[in-house]
Design a protein around this ligand. Structure first.
Ligand SMILES: Cc1ncc(COP(=O)(O)O)c(C=O)c1O
Length: 435
């Protein structure tokens, strides 16, 4: 698409946008009666209006039925709480590109990562290492490190961390500057360490740089060497199209408070590939992962429910699931293909309006196939001042130390005009500095 840096051009794109009505389904935060330009869906998505109704509905069921809410919904056509998680599966399977039996909403992301590592990180004397990305989200690093220690191993000998190439273009292991990673470096590291690798765990989309990794290629290399591979999809789900089943990804987890708009601390979910469903894999079990038809026999000895459901542990939080379900179905109603199409244009437009500013270096790849909606801007001089100015002017992004502003125009609720405004306000900021 050829862009023009003018409000009229942005308004024209908004008028032509087939998803424009979805914005009305969200509460856009306001300041002094004016909507903020909210570009922070990479951190917390906006509140869908449907969430309050969904919560109210379950509060009413609780009020009227008490414990019977688990089993009986005679008063409405809705699902009893016992199988409530099933009503999220169709949408989740579309969002991750899997079968409904491969997904289950549950817990929070890091909790799920611990549960999945308990299954998929089974070190042996020969195969005991974990391959990951240097500088991935800290919670994942802590989870990996502590699993390693639980097995009596030393993180320094066990974790292989892929880092961005150094300035002379060589592949490096162990440097910590945030930067882009070459897929071939990941594939090479898998191949070179195949004999000692027990598992691969990494983000699908890097939270800092906004880079989308080539999950299909990485999973293909991992499968060739029979190494289980899992992805943290916190920043990928609802943002970029995923085909976990076809790619042969073994396991994954995500959160739903970013691009799925489930609410602060909203419920996470897991993906476990069908190829593992019949294997009765070792796991950290709880009664909610027990076969649903026999759970209330309360018998000794764990019998896992089929599919991803068998990784559930505790009674689900129905209010959290109600909000989750109301939110995720908006994304599937819009459709990930249509969302992606708009997202590429919206982020491309943001890149375009930022292009005149020499002071801003965009860290995120310029190739749309290697990014989602987020752009990470490195502003080495006066970055924090710029960030504060944007906030004052009602543009909400987020700041990552030491010099990075992350802006994420979200196709469900952001407009081209908002993106144009970001460029105009940044222009004002730099003009003021010249004076
Ligand atoms: C990439 C990534 N991984 C993991 C987490 C941690 O998620 P949780 O706090 O839900 O466990 C986050 C949180 O923002 C994240 O962005």
């Amino acid at each position: 698409m050829t862009y023009e840096n003018s409000p009229a051009f942005a308004q024209k794109l908004d008028q032509q946008d087939p998803l424009r009505h979805f914005r009305d389904r969200f509460h856009v935060p306001q300041r002094a009666g004016k909507p903020l330009t909210y570009l922070c869906g990479n951190s917390l998505g906006l509140q869908p209006k449907a969430v309050r109704t969904a919560l109210d509905q379950e509060l009413t069921t609780w009020q009227n039925l008490g414990v019977e809410g688990w089993f009986d919904r005679t008063e409405s056509a809705e699902q009893p709480w016992l199988g409530y998680h099933n009503t999220c599966k169709e949408a989740l399977s579309q969002l991750v590109g899997g079968e409904p039996s491969e997904v289950c909403p549950m817990n929070a992301l890091t909790v799920n990562l611990h549960l999945l590592l308990a299954t998929f990180f089974r070190p042996t004397e020969k195969k005991y290492k974990i391959l990951t990305i240097k500088g991935d989200f800290p919670s994942d690093q802590y989870a990996l490190e502590t699993h390693v220690k639980h097995h009596g191993l030393n993180p320094a000998d066990t974790l292989i961390e892929i880092a961005p190439r150094s300035s002379n273009g060589e592949s490096t292991l162990g440097e910590s500057t945030p930067g882009l990673i070459h897929t071939t470096d990941i594939q090479r590291a898998i191949t070179e360490n195949a004999d000692s690798l027990a598992v691969i765990w990494m983000s699908g989309l890097n939270y800092y740089t906004g880079q989308v990794y080539n999950m299909a290629a990485i999973a293909e290399t991992a499968q060739r060497h029979c190494i289980p591979v899992g992805f943290d999809l916190a920043h990928a789900i609802g943002n970029v199209p995923l085909r976990l089943h076809d790619w042969g990804v073994d396991f994954a987890t995500w959160c739903s408070y970013k691009y799925l708009n489930g609410g602060p601390g909203a419920v996470s979910g897991v993906f476990v590939h069908q190829k593992h469903h019949e294997q009765n894999l070792l796991r950290l079990a709880g009664w909610w992962g027990y076969r649903e038809d026999r759970r209330f026999e309360m018998a000794p000895g764990f019998l896992p429910a089929p599919g991803a459901d068998g990784w559930q542990v505790s009674t689900p939080n129905i209010l959290a699931l109600a909000s989750h379900r109301a939110a995720i179905t908006i994304s599937t109603e819009a459709g990930i293909t249509a969302l992606r199409q708009k997202s590429e244009q919206l982020t491309g437009f943001l890149e375009y309006v930022l292009s005149p500013f020499e002071e801003i270096q965009i860290l995120t790849p310029d190739d749309p196939n290697q990014r989602g909606c987020q752009l990470s801007l490195l502003v080495r001089k006066r970055g924090k001042e710029l960030f504060n100015y944007l906030t004052q002017q009602g543009i909400i992004g987020d700041w990552r130390e030491p010099d990075c502003i992350r802006l994420a125009p979200v196709p469900l609720y952001n407009t081209f005009e908002e993106v144009w405004r970001v460029g105009a306000i940044i222009g004002d900021f730099f003009k003021k500095l010249e004076r």
